[in-house]
Design a protein around this ligand. Structure first.
Ligand SMILES: Nc1ncnc2c1ncn2[C@@H]1O[C@H](COP(=O)(O)OP(=O)(O)OP(=O)(O)O)[C@@H](O)[C@H]1O
Ligand SMILES: [Mg+2]
Length: 357
């Protein structure tokens, strides 16, 4: 996996710029003339021998890019190709926390889009009657197909979204989900049954849940290999977490194993002392496996939802998009370590698994 930092060394940056100039057929002299600097400076920049970053920036701009974009590009090129687990069955990640507006849907949609971009086959199942996953992924749905699939215990075709993610959408029809589950012979395992029908078709299945700990969310946890918990760094978040953890432990004992993949600090406002204190407390709860990456409250993330796109599409150069990319990489490392994903580079996969043991 690539380093989480996007900063390239001067030598790497120079090499990237030299390659780009060559591809575009732009000579050192042309660049020197356009920028009003000596040709030998261009040559030194290409070798990474110039200390001042402004020269790298202006050459990048002249070549229609930026040093930040080049860093990102290299970061993704450095990612060894990801593959599903060795048993060709999708790993299932349920994203849950009972507190409303914690960033569950945002986390599901943005991660799903990034994993799909990395070449994985990804299915999102939205168990929330608000149907926000469909909205966020630019689709319209009422949840009827998903409700029908659960009711009849049969497969329906997911929606193919324009972001490479397949979707079993939630929506108003899921109003009858809880009554249906409660009246079924196995009230906690109906979603697990459904998920089983799709495991062969995907590398990753992400389940979004409603803001509650009722039966549908318990079903989603029982169906999961991994639990992912977005935690808004606010007062009261930890009490909610304690209850969720109790429920998780009980369900994992009876239906597991289910691993905690991570808790992700979300909607963080570093300017608020309270948020920082909450973040520090969360980071001490190692059993919840808090991520290093903190998702800050930011305008592009909120706007991306309104514009019905993942933030990586809506504002690819924003630091919000970069945070989700970094989160995706951190979680990918963990999934590799669990054997839930593999890379073409088997040595790396093995090394990560050894570290995890
Ligand atoms: N990092 C962020 N910065 C700014 N706005 C955000 C961020 N994360 C989420 N939001 C916004 O906050 C609102 C709640 O987020 P989201 O819908 O992901 O939470 P949720 O936990 O799924 O909510 P619910 O419990 O209602 O399903 C949305 O309007 C979303 O666009
Ligand atoms: Mg939601």
């Amino acid at each position: 996996m690539p380093a989480s930092s996007t900063t390239l060394s001067k030598a790497e940056l120079g090499e990237q710029l030299a390659q780009l100039a060559q591809t575009q057929g732009v000579t050192q002299q042309t660049l020197a003339d356009a920028l009003g600097i000596h040709r030998s400076t261009i040559s030194k920049v290409f070798k990474g021998q110039v200390q001042k970053l402004t020269h790298y920036e202006s050459i990048a701009k002249q070549l229609g890019t930026s040093t930040q974009k080049l860093s990102k590009q290299l970061k993704f090129e450095a990612t060894p190709q990801l593959k599903g687990s060795s048993n060709s069955q999708a790993s299932v990640i349920t994203v849950a926390i009972q507190k409303g507006g914690s960033g569950k849907t945002t986390t599901v949609v943005n991660l799903a889009a990034l994993w799909a971009r990395e070449g994985l086959k990804v299915l999102v199942i939205d168990l929330d009657m608000q149907g926000h996953c469909a909205l966020h992924l630019g689709e319209q749905a009422d949840g009827a197909a998903l409700m029908n699939a659960i009711r009849t215990r049969s497969k329906v075709d997911p929606i193919k979204t324009e972001f490479g993610v397949d979707l079993l959408a939630g929506g108003a029809a899921l109003r009858s989900l809880t009554p249906h589950l409660l009246s079924s012979i196995s009230p906690l395992t109906e979603v697990k049954r459904l998920v089983k029908l799709y495991r062969d078709d995907y590398d990753l299945i992400l389940i979004d849940t409603a803001p509650s700990l009722e039966t549908s969310t318990c079903n989603a946890i029982v169906a999961a290999d991994f639990l992912l918990i977005p935690v808004q760094t606010e007062t009261g978040a930890l009490e909610g977490l304690a209850t969720l953890y109790e429920v998780y432990e009980m369900l994992s004992e009876d239906h597991g194993p289910i691993q905690i993949l991570a808790s992700v600090p979300t909607l963080h406002d570093a300017r608020t002392v309270l948020h920082d204190q909450m973040l520090q407390t969360l980071q001490q709860h190692t059993h919840l496996r808090p991520t290093d990456i903190v998702i800050k409250r930011s305008i592009p993330v909120a706007e991306a939802f309104t514009m019905r796109q993942p933030v990586s599409e809506y504002a690819p150069d924003s630091s919000a998009a970069e945070s989700f990319e970094d989160l995706c990489h951190e979680l990918t490392q963990r999934l590799l370590a669990h054997g839930a994903l593999q890379t073409a580079d088997t040595t790396m996969t093995q090394a990560l698994q050894e570290v995890a043991q």
